[in-house]
Design a protein. Structure first.
Length: 178
């Protein structure tokens, strides 16, 4: 049986030691530190554009401004992000102003504002979950959670909160929504 924790630690170290990653992380850290709040649309827009570009969130160019307007309009956004409210991810990804819904982007945006409360759920997370399942590593999911690497699940509300629990790495992940 594989030791998921040691494998994850190895990948985390590689990630943190990569020069491109260091520059990217520092850039976003400085941006968020400079524009901590989301009260000005211009500050939200620059964060949306930067997070999308540097973290490959796949937000369409035509949706960048509408998404920023949507995020800017979320009531009490800064307070909710500070509290770690899981409803913020849902509020962002369910934007009615954009052509598509951007769940991965929503988790990244929230994560950059409160890394203790929000996990990132993206292709890398998905592929890691599939790999652990495929390698019979003892990494298990809640009954009824179907993991098919060819078909991503429709994002569940607040799944970012659940995914954070998966990477505490117990032998069984029972926190994913079914």
């Amino acid at each position: 049986m594989l030791n998921p924790k040691s494998e994850i630690d190895e990948y985390v170290m590689r990630f943190l030691e990569d020069e491109e990653t260091k520059r990217t992380e520092k850039t976003v850290q400085e941006l968020i530190a400079t524009f901590r709040e989301n009260k000005e649309i211009e500050h939200v827009l620059i964060k949306v554009i930067t997070i999308n570009a540097l973290y490959h969130a796949r937000v369409l160019d035509v949706d960048l401004h509408p998404l920023a307007v949507h995020i800017h309009g979320i009531e009490n956004l800064d307070e909710k992000l500070k509290e770690g409210s899981p409803e913020v991810v849902d509020a962002i990804w369910k934007s009615q102003r954009t052509r598509q819904h951007y769940f991965s982007f929503a988790t990244k945006f929230c994560n950059w504002h409160n890394q203790e409360a929000y996990a990132i759920y993206d292709t890398y997370m998905w592929e890691s979950l599939c790999a652990y399942r495929a390698e019979n590593s003892g990494f298990k999911f809640k009954d009824g959670f179907r993991l098919n690497p060819r078909q991503r699940p429709h994002p569940q509300p607040s799944v970012s909160r659940y995914c954070a629990a998966c990477f505490t790495i117990n032998s069984t992940c029972t926190n994913l929504p079914g």
